[in-house]
Design a protein. Structure first.
Length: 259
């Protein structure tokens, strides 16, 4: 259910964000009218929140499934309620993107720009920090905690299995002279080489689990941190940090971080 929710959110991002943001940044003009100026940023923001919240929900679901397997699993009805809550929360959190957007014309520049128009700068900056915390730091913290606990649990299970295999191998090695004297052969599953292969498979599986779990957290951070850093820098420095030799690189940097 949560994966389906994530897929829908990503599809919305691909439709309403990926093609429109580059066009606006490259041509420095808004071609989509006043109504879309209010609705598109809202849709884009909500879909991003839904995607990050869904990733967090997937991490929490896996946490309870692996770390606390004896607890009751999330039912379909509960999952539907959680999904509805995620959508409503995302829509409400990003509602200011619909309220405080306006088409603006600047002297000396052609065309119109769809930009944020807040009652005050402190309010806009406070909301930017709130979005940074809610959209990035909270999901990142949840994912880091859940996947760390999952990694720790899987590592403990692997160690226990390897310990049992080592103990079994020692018993088999000690019994080999007796079995040889009695001219008996061990079953294939009790062969020492088979035990070694099982141990190697467990170690390889643990490595794969480590790579997957670490990748989940790292990819999320790499994907979203640059865009959030650029947004905060633009808010608190008025873009001056991206200006060099009277050239404004804010559009280029914003476009790069967006992709």
């Amino acid at each position: 259910m949560f994966i389906l929710n994530l897929a829908i959110a990503d599809l919305i991002v691909c439709i309403f964000s990926l093609p429109i943001t580059p066009i606006t940044n490259i041509y420095k003009n808004w071609y989509f009218g006043d109504h879309m100026c209010h609705s598109l940023p809202w849709i884009q923001g909500a879909s991003v929140f839904i995607a990050t919240f869904s990733l967090s929900s997937i991490a929490v679901d896996r946490y309870f499934m692996i770390v606390k397997p004896h607890r009751q699993r999330i039912s379909k009805n509960s999952a539907k309620v959680i999904m509805l809550t995620l959508w409503l929360s995302s829509v409400l959190i990003t509602l200011p993107y619909s309220w405080f957007m306006a088409l603006v014309e600047y002297d000396g520049l052609c065309g119109k720009f769809c930009t944020e128009s807040w009652p005050s700068d402190p309010l806009r900056r406070s909301y930017t920090v709130f979005v940074l915390i809610a959209q990035f730091f909270v999901p990142f913290t949840i994912m880091f905690f859940c996947y760390y606990k999952i990694f720790d649990q899987l590592t403990q299970r692997t160690r226990e299995k390897i310990k049992k295999l080592n103990e079994r191998s020692l018993v088999l090695a000690a019994s080999m002279p007796i079995m040889s004297a009695m001219k008996k052969r061990l079953p294939p599953q009790d062969d020492i080489l088979t035990q070694c292969r099982r141990k190697c498979e467990l170690i390889q599986q643990a490595r794969r689990n480590t790579v997957v779990l670490v990748s989940m957290v790292v990819v999320f951070g790499v994907a979203w941190l640059p865009q959030n850093i650029v947004s905060v820098a633009l808010e608190f420095t008025d873009g001056s940090v991206f200006i060099s030799s009277e050239k404004d690189y804010s559009y280029l940097i914003s476009l790069t971080a967006h992709w």
